[in-house]
Ligand binder design. Structure first.
Ligand SMILES: NC(=O)c1ccc[n+]([C@@H]2O[C@H](COP(=O)([O-])OP(=O)(O)OC[C@H]3O[C@@H](n4cnc5c(N)ncnc54)[C@H](O)[C@@H]3O)[C@@H](O)[C@H]2O)c1
Length: 441
């Protein structure tokens, strides 16, 4: 009698339903760590792998390195209940039933996508691969990645997707620092390779999420994430261009946006700033335009928004030069304090931060630059360790101009207003405040 073939999908479905599935997470960063927490909270055993020894050490000491995950949660799940195991070795994943991949997807120096982190994660995963596993890619990437770099790679080992292993793509949409929308309540989009893969991925995410939107293909899910972030980059580009135009016309852009926002339909406010930063908005549209070129398609909106947003730090510099000029000062030799080095308010993330670009541009002009950031006590620039100053009256008094580059909530802006000689507010933190000291973007 012929032996009945194992039905991996039924086995996994039942394990997920009973919370008996072991869930591996590759990449415990801004996306992977909160995901690990949510899955642990609903009862899954988590196997977290990260190549950063420093992050693994920190988690093993019960310390978080991400603002949205607190130390108590880490101590509870990693140290006391031990339902989150972490390691820098992929051997930990030998027993994983599900693996979520949340590794970085940066750009190369040439501004082309760098998917080498996904490639190396899958290469390592293949080493510990066993049939019956569900792999979900969450990293942002161009349409075609899941099929080309996960499905094809594993099928080359002789396994069949949808039968021997299962694959889905589900983009992470978390907005770090946003207390209202988190990994737990942001609706999730899922695209999968087959109907069975879809069922399994849906079952996994519905253990901690109410709102799930299924699309027909993995490519639709990959593209949906890129549409969202391109939409943001283009609209920020539009408002940044309006800002440059309004400054020439002597019109306050912030008041214009506030007025336009009273329209209850057909308008959505976006705000100007010294540029765009973070691991998503400046990068993701370029993933799309890269892929589109392979189809002989050129995304003009993306190129234009990238150009305008990328030039905002220079616009800030030229406006700052005008501010100093009013006091018969030049950038060269002036003392400038940047308030905020993180890429956006209330996060400790410095990746692609426009404030950092303003910092570099000021150094190029021989300005004497310091920064204050309550969330980033230090950062590295050209191999040097740069430390945040402490915000005290006598310190604030030393600077020719204070530039608000990041609008963190936890900054004493009143103190700054009291003691600064001059303030250049690129984030409208002084909304409604009337003072000759303040110049707005
Ligand atoms: N940060 C965000 O706001 C955000 C939001 C939505 C989506 N995303 C996307 O999610 C993905 C991850 O972003 P992130 O911000 O969490 O990045 P991150 O750098 O904070 O975290 C990624 C982690 O992966 C680890 N890593 C790198 N290569 C690895 C490998 N081969 N094996 C194991 N670990 C590895 C890194 O050490 C790091 O800790 C990216 O594609 C990003 O575009 C990010």
């Amino acid at each position: 009698m012929r032996k009945k073939k194992r039905d991996y999908s039924q086995e996994l479905l039942s394990k997920i339903k009973k919370r008996k599935a072991k869930v591996g997470i590759i990449g415990l960063g801004y996306v992977g760590l909160p995901l690990a927490m949510e899955l642990a909270k609903v009862g899954f055993h988590i196997l977290g792998v990260d190549v950063s020894q420093e992050k693994i050490r920190s988690l093993k000491k019960g310390k978080s390195y991400i603002t949205d995950v607190n130390n108590d949660e880490i101590r509870k799940f990693v140290l006391r209940e031990r339902c989150i195991q972490v390691s820098s070795s992929y051997n930990l994943l030998r027993k994983a039933d599900v693996v979520c991949v949340t590794v970085p997807t940066p750009l190369k120096k040439t501004k082309d996508p760098d998917i080498s982190f996904i490639v190396s994660a899958i290469t390592e995963l293949k080493r510990v691969f066993h049939p019956g596993i569900l792999i979900v890619l969450e990293s942002t990437t161009y349409p075609g990645t899941t099929r080309e770099f996960i499905v094809s790679e594993i099928e080359r080992m002789g396994y069949k997707a949808g039968k021997d292993f299962f694959v889905a793509y589900s983009p992470e949409r978390v907005d770090p620092g946003n207390p209202r929308f988190t990994t737990k309540n942001i609706p999730k989009v899922i695209g999968a390779i087959t109907e069975t893969c879809r069922k399994l991925a849906y079952e996994l995410y519905s253990t901690f999420l109410k709102n799930i939107h299924i699309v027909e293909t993995v490519e639709e899910a990959e593209m949906a994430k890129l549409l969202e972030n391109t939409f943001r980059a283009v609209n920020i580009g539009l408002v940044n261009e309006m800002t440059i135009m309004c400054e020439r016309m002597g019109i306050n852009i912030w008041n214009v946006i506030e007025a336009a926002s009273t329209k209850p339909f057909g308008f959505m406010p976006f705000y100007p700033g010294p540029g765009i930063g973070g691991h998503c908005i400046p990068l993701d549209p370029l993933y799309l335009s890269y892929r589109a070129k392979m189809y002989n398609f050129y995304n003009r909106f993306i190129e234009l928004a990238t150009d305008i947003n990328g030039n905002m730090p220079r616009f800030v510099l030229s406006k700052l030069s005008q501010i100093l000029n009013r006091d018969k000062k030049s950038l060269n030799g002036s003392r400038i304090l940047l308030l905020g080095i993180a890429y956006k308010a209330n996060v400790n993330d410095i990746r692609e931060s426009p404030s950092r670009e303003v910092y570099r541009l000021l150094l190029n002009e021989n300005a004497i630059v310091d920064y204050y950031d309550p969330l980033i006590p230090e950062f590295r620039e050209s191999g040097k360790r740069i430390k945040s100053i402490s915000l005290k009256p006598e310190v604030i008094r030393k600077y020719d101009c204070v530039v608000v580059t990041t609008g963190h909530s936890d900054v004493d802006y009143k103190l700054v207003l009291k003691y600064a000689w001059s303030i250049f507010d690129t984030r409208n933190v002084y909304k409604g405040v009337n003072s000759d000291k303040i110049t707005r973007l």
